[in-house]
Design a protein. Sequence first.
Lengths: 123, 108
Amino acid sequence: QLQLQESGPGLVKPSETLSLTCTVSGGSITSDSNYWGWIRQSPGKGLEWIGSIHFSGNTFQNPSLKSRLTVSVDTSKNQFSLKLTSVTAADTAVYYCVRRWAESSGAFGFDPWGQGTLVTVSS
Amino acid sequence: EIVLTQSPGTLSLSSGERATLSCRASQSVSSSYLAWYQQKPGQAPRLLIYGSSSRATGIPDRFSGSGSGTDFTLTINRLEPEDFAVYYCQQFGSSTAPFGQGTKVEIK
């Protein structure tokens, strides 16, 4: 059973860089049909897609975050990562890592999800 | 960039009733690329519906999705106590994957 687990600091200072890693277990990150992504949820708010990456390095990024965002993949460790620079309090959120799963008909879904990790931006 | 608008914001219903949730896209989207998620307090969201109408593994058949073009619907027949939650629609675009703002289904 595929499982995803986020890891990284729970507290980041304003103007610094938020860095998170997602470890994939129970399956290979090099599966050609899958993309791997990040989604966040500010306290009491809705879901915001951040970006997605294929093991080949192909990425899609939320235009509103693109200038501060780097998503990368480490196939040797079966992990993918998120870096968000110049953070502010508005970046405080629960960050989820997900797999973009592709069904044989061409439909997609985000499944499974990691449990999420709360990152607070504060001095 | 496609914007998804969900309505209503909150739906107050009793167990056993039917819930009808709407998701409207700012421009036409492929039915293959529309998904629905359920999120309960303190939990990660889970995939309910993909391809606008196909249930994900383990999802009860009281959940159904429909729609095309710009208008999509999630229907929950005979609400069970565990169905009271927040529901999000989401679209897989050519380069983005936006979510709707969510509909909360609460106990009346």
